[in-house]
Ligand binder design. Sequence first.
Ligand SMILES: [Fe+2]
Length: 199
Amino acid sequence: MKKTCHGVHQMVNQRYGDQKGLNYYENQTTNLFGNYNIFLFSSAPLHNLFRELVTFWNQVKPDDDIYYMQSWLNIYDESKSIGWHYHWTEKYHAWHGFFCVDVDVSKTSYCLSPPQYQESKKFDYQYQGKPILEYNEEYEIVDVVGRDNFLIMSRSAGDTHRNIPWKIQDRPRITIAFDIVPGRHIFNEDWENHWIPLI
Ligand SMILES: [Fe+2]
């Protein structure tokens, strides 16, 4: 899987690297998540993970709504991190999660009661990759310690989360992240066609 991820990293950067992307994160395959879906790359490890993910989803899904998934690669070198951010807000009834390809040892912190945020200020939590808002004990923080091959999934319902900077020099931290969103909230005029159905 690591070899596949490095290949995807190279291909995405070659194909879309000159495009603007979001520019919020410290890695282009994260910024360019709207340009591709990692599970559409032909690879046995990705195929197996997709099957596992669909099996898991069918065990935890809250209803029989039609859901689609966007999925991308996070690959971060030493000292890099993903700052505080959130995904789809509660009203969308979406889910998000990630698969740990190479994360030993690192953690993802979830803030379950973040300060009030506004939809229009989605990424105010960081600027040029640096967090501008630090939570303190006033807020409920839950740390998820990453282990390779963990598949972590939760409702996207008002939490924010981040990683601590990666401390290992000789290899990057690699995760595959995804959002699962009801189809009625996905409008083709707003998104390139990088969504895949979960059936
Ligand atoms: Fe995230």
